[in-house]
Ligand binder design. Sequence first.
Ligand SMILES: [Zn+2]
Length: 378
Amino acid sequence: MTQLSPVGRPLRPQHKVLQEDARRHHRALILQQLFSDGPASRADLARATALTRVTVSDLVGEMIRDELLEELGAPAHDPAQSRVGKPPTLVGFVPEAAHIVCLDLSVEDTMTGAVTNLAGTVLSRRSVDTRGATGPDALALVHRLAADLVAEATRPVLGVGVGTPGVVDTEGTVLDAPNLGWQDVHLARSLHEALGLPVFVANDANTAALAEHTFGHAGEGGLMLVRVGKGVGAGLILGGQLLHGHRAAAGEIGHVVIDPAGTTCACGRVGCLETVLGVPRLRQRLEHDGPEALGRVGELLGTVLAPVVGTLNLHELVLSGPTDLLDGPLREATAATIRRNTMAVSGDHLVVRTSTLGEDVVLVGAAALVLAGELGVS
Ligand SMILES: [Zn+2]
């Protein structure tokens, strides 16, 4: 059963391979093309994927029978183009072919879940007040929420995706999530055993980064998403893959010390990034010192991220969190500082923006986890 997270292998099919799983891979190539660029003819698909027309016709036929694709008829007649013969029939991806159950466990005291279609559109949602539940109690709430959502889906469920705080390994085990009181909780395995569905679990910042990659019109270059909530974390997509790191903790920048003369952090260190960039602290500063204070935080963030941008030659830096705090002096100062502190080749083409996916970024990213894991589409 598929329980592997899409981490560690390309999120998108990269090229044609000749292996036992070639058929699945070729299906993914076709699906990715239709998912990214919209309806196409079989001939266009063959050109775009470098598969033979026979292979494309065969796989498209199979996916139409599976109701994952549909025939859309001929494209609208273009009078400027006088074609001889029958115009080609287009085929398209069917977003309603299946539903996905998504959970966001990253918000304090609330667990949110949704049923989405394959395009990541939220069809229904539910949330639970956790009343501070931790450990097995919190796990039981996750199970109930997931089961309720599976029951709510009106199409076959492709899988369950979960964005959770904490450090999560590639098997979907939550190694450490202090807020939920979880250590070595086999979240993917226990949900899979209870629901009989493929389950994919990732850290909330990684999930949000994947959401931007799949649904946020992100470019093909490297992307770093910095998630700003009560805590601070980051997710990185490099070379079309979610970066996991040696001990599954890539992107854990919230507890990196940036201001040794600053305030004591919940983790015991002094001056962690979280003590400067966490939402409660930003609100405080805005109230006390006005918007200029947010600019100063941006300078600090830019100073911290410039070496990362320079090292990885990132294309996009996405800030995700309350836009009233992030989109303005903070974002502008972050961008300006990075450009000042890096070579033109690193800084000039860097896009620094806020997430377009709003509060649903983790939910939608959980859907993207399932799409990548089950269909090879991102
Ligand atoms: Zn800390």
